[in-house]
Design a protein around this ligand. Structure first.
Ligand code: ADP
Length: 397
């Protein structure tokens, strides 16, 4: 049977090639390539399965190699060839022999189809991987140039702002006798101050992004730090009917950190608590020791400072995106320049700055909330988790 089948295949090779290429024209492999494959098939008939596989593998390497389009064309051609061989066998062999003959050929054809498919998908994966790496590096470059643009824009805005402030001060001095004009100039002064703050935030966020922020480590008490922040923001809370409470930290909360930067981080979160909580609500700051089993020579666990408010809350799908630069989820057209107005909105730099500062200290920041509801006000809790450093960390900043 084996010899018979080989002879039959050899004699039919040219016809099988012609019929196959006729059914699927314009393929990369040509008649000679198909004849070559058929000779591998003929030689494999009757040999052991591992020899058949080896023969098909070395054929695939030679015939397809690393040519992705050719691999795709071979996948199609081999399927059609398989069908044509089956049809010819049925027409020319008695029914009881067809099955035996088919068994001797089928495995080799299946191996070849699998090899072509695998080569095609390997190459597709390699291509995709290369594409992804390229995209990632483009994304990194884009991020970096965006950060540099923010830094340059902030620097450039500083000079004209200082000029405007200078002239406002001159005008203020020269128009002291005119109370109405004085009120207008106060308004201008407030606007300039707010612009200074926004420019400062733009510079901060770009320094943190470019990892060029410098931390001046000192021994600090986190409870005292929270009290100092509360002291600073009290005047803003006084403009609204939102209560700010600092609960006593009843545990050892001395660590090392940059007090100015940490105050800024906590201040941003407390100010958000005020901004997104309606009058009559409250913002409560508390602290608790966490991850106490994580102890090293330099560190004794962490402190979780929680800032809980009774405000409008945050939808679960936004709990992460609010920490992205300009990640404000509010409608930008509704933004107001007010720092304290309920739902006042801003440029969306506060939380990325807070997260950048805390992460530079080896900590983390995240938010929790049951959801967003302007009416029911489900509230939000922001966690600021900081390591309890036993000595100033060396290679963090
Ligand atoms: P900004 O307040 O300038 O918009 P932030 O980075 O401080 O920027 O905050 C980003 C967004 O996160 C805000 O626009 C707001 O939608 C949401 N957010 C922040 N804090 C709270 C909070 N306590 N309650 C509800 N939403 C908040």
């Amino acid at each position: 049977m084996t010899e018979n089948l080989k002879l039959w295949l050899r004699q039919r090779s040219a016809m099988l090639c012609a019929v196959t290429l006729n059914r699927v024209p314009n393929m990369l492999p040509d008649e000679d390539d198909l004849i070559q494959f058929l000779s591998v098939l003929v030689n494999s008939v009757g040999t052991l399965p591992e020899l058949q596989l080896a023969a098909v593998q070395s054929w695939a390497l030679m015939a397809i190699g690393h040519d992705a389009p050719a691999a795709y064309d071979w996948m199609v051609l081999l399927r059609v060839l398989k069908e044509e061989i089956g049809r010819s066998l049925e027409n020319q062999f008695p029914p009881d022999e067809v099955l035996a003959a088919w068994r001797q050929i089928d495995d080799v054809l299946i191996y070849a189809i699998i090899e072509a498919t695998q080569l095609a998908s390997d190459m597709q994966r390699a291509e995709l991987l290369g594409h992804m790496t390229q995209l990632r590096s483009q994304q990194e470059k884009f991020k970096e140039s965006k950060t540099k643009f923010i830094a340059v824009a902030a620097h450039e805005l500083k000079t004209p702002l200082t000029i405007l402030e200078g002239y406002t001060n001159i005008l203020r001095a020269e128009t002291q006798s005119d109370p109405q004009l004085h009120i207008y100039l106060e308004g201008l002064g407030n606007g300039f101050r707010r612009m200074h703050e926004i420019i400062g935030d733009m510079l901060d966020v770009s320094l943190l992004d470019l990892r060029t922020v410098e931390l001046k480590y000192q021994e600090i008490s986190l409870e005292k730090l929270a009290l100092m922040v509360a002291d600073n923001v009290d005047r803003y809370y006084a403009t609204r009917r939102v209560e700010l409470k600092i609960m006593p930290f009843e545990f050892d909360n001395i660590t090392y950190g940059d007090p100015e930067k940490l105050q800024k981080a906590l201040g941003k979160i407390l100010m958000n608590g005020l901004k997104y909580t309606p009058d009559g609500g409250e913002v409560v700051v508390s602290g608790s020791p966490v991850r106490q089993d994580e102890v090293t020579d330099d560190m004794a666990g962490f402190v979780d400072i929680q800032v809980m408010d009774t405000g409008i809350g945050i939808d679960p799908e936004n709990l992460e995106s609010i920490f992205e630069k300009f990640g404000s989820i509010a409608d930008a057209s509704l933004h107001s320049s007010s720092k304290t107005k309920f739902k006042g909105g801003g440029p969306g730099l506060g939380l990325p700055i807070a997260r950048g500062i805390v992460e530079a200290h080896g900590g983390r920041v995240w938010a929790e909330s049951p959801g967003h509801d302007d009416e029911k006000c489900p509230g939000s809790t922001f966690h600021v988790e900081l390591p309890i450093w036993l000595k100033p960390p060396e290679n963090l900043a």
